[in-house]
Design a protein around this ligand. Structure first.
Ligand code: DQA
Length: 145
């Protein structure tokens, strides 16, 4: 069974309450359940996490090396701001898929640049929770090669 990690950045703990017109009504727990189901159907195991603390996120990224075979990350606002997260992602040595519920490239210009995109093998945006299941499928495909 392949082990993968799904990391979620700041404010995603408030999914369902936070700007539902942008992010939908599903909660982070709903998203987590969906990911576990999808991964199980593909014979994969998911470690699903969220943090509002940039240092904690960077530590999780660093520690992922050697434990997981692939990573899916919605870095939320750190996508657009964190060179430190970018540097950490560069060291992980596994395929990284960038995911966003909304499509940042179709929103405010300050969301157009992504530090994560530069180190990701694939990106999915604007598909809501389905973007996460699509990312798991993509990771399964990459890891089977
Ligand atoms: C987001 C998009 C980011 O621009 C924003 O800061 C988020 C969520 C998304 O999933 O659509 O917090 O990553």
């Amino acid at each position: 069974m392949k082990k993968i990690i799904i990391l979620n950045g700041p404010n995603l703990n408030l999914l369902g309450i936070r700007e539902p017109e942008v992010y939908g009504i599903d909660t982070l727990r709903d998203l987590e359940d969906l990911c576990h189901q999808k991964a199980y159907s593909l014979n994969m195991k998911v470690d699903f996490r969220q943090t509002n603390h940039e240092g904690e996120m960077i530590e999780w990224v660093q520690e992922a090396r050697g434990i997981y075979e692939g990573m899916i990350i919605n870095a939320a606002a750190w996508t657009h701001t964190s060179l430190a997260l970018h540097d950490a992602l560069k060291i992980v040595d596994m395929p990284i898929i960038e995911v966003h519920l909304s499509n940042p490239k179709e929103r405010e210009t300050f969301r157009h640049f992504s530090y994560v995109e530069l180190v990701a093998v694939h990106g999915i945006a604007g598909k809501g929770p389905e973007g996460y299941t699509e990312a798991i499928e993509k990771l399964a495909e990459i890891l089977s090669k």
